[in-house]
Design a protein around this ligand. Sequence first.
Ligand code: DC
Length: 224
Amino acid sequence: MKNISLAIDGPASSGKSTVAKILAKEFKFIYTDTGAMYRSLTYLAITHNVKFNDEAGLVELIKQFPISFKQSEQGQLVFVEKKDVTQAIRQPEVTNAVSEVAAHAKVRKEMVTLQQKIAEKGGVVMDGRDIGTAVLPNAEVKIFLVASVKERAERRYKENLEKGISTDFETLQKEIQQRDHIDSTRAASPLTQAKDAIRIDTTGMSIEEVVSAIHQVIKDKGYS
Ligand code: DC
């Protein structure tokens, strides 16, 4: 496998992180979950009483408390202030506020700089909303994953159950729609498909089928 950058974008629960992790493991690439970075910042804002609309305060938090990833047998762990926040950043309190935090242009500028640094040597699989458009516009392979709201809510519902978080299905659907709306209509690098990204609708597809569709894209582009 060539030392390329693979950008995987798409809306909430479109399956990005699941397939990105599988591909990174297979190619022995660095996996970066950029959503986890915005989630960690939201967690920091909650624990340090910084308001979600306080752009300067949020930027200060990014500078003061570096976010780091560690590989472990249970998968990738996320740390801030030497604390493992992997579970905490998936709680509904964070999930429902993260779109507001991620909408600030100055917050995004800081995050994009950090993400570009992680990817500077290539050999990376990065997932998020703006990877193909803003973070890695020159990525060799760009994938844009989509799925129906109903299917994404079902996936999130199952994921939450596995983590012991009980949620109402209708509420989940509404929250996903709300996040889609904020993520796609914000002024600073909204969720949009890069012109050169390959769109895959994963509704009704298994994880294996999505992974294999991406393999095909990589092969077609001559990188495998
Ligand atoms: O993928 P996720 O659900 O963990 O992402 C959490 C939020 O972070 C999502 O609502 C949008 C935002 N996000 C973003 O704006 N840009 C990224 N590159 C990744 C995530």
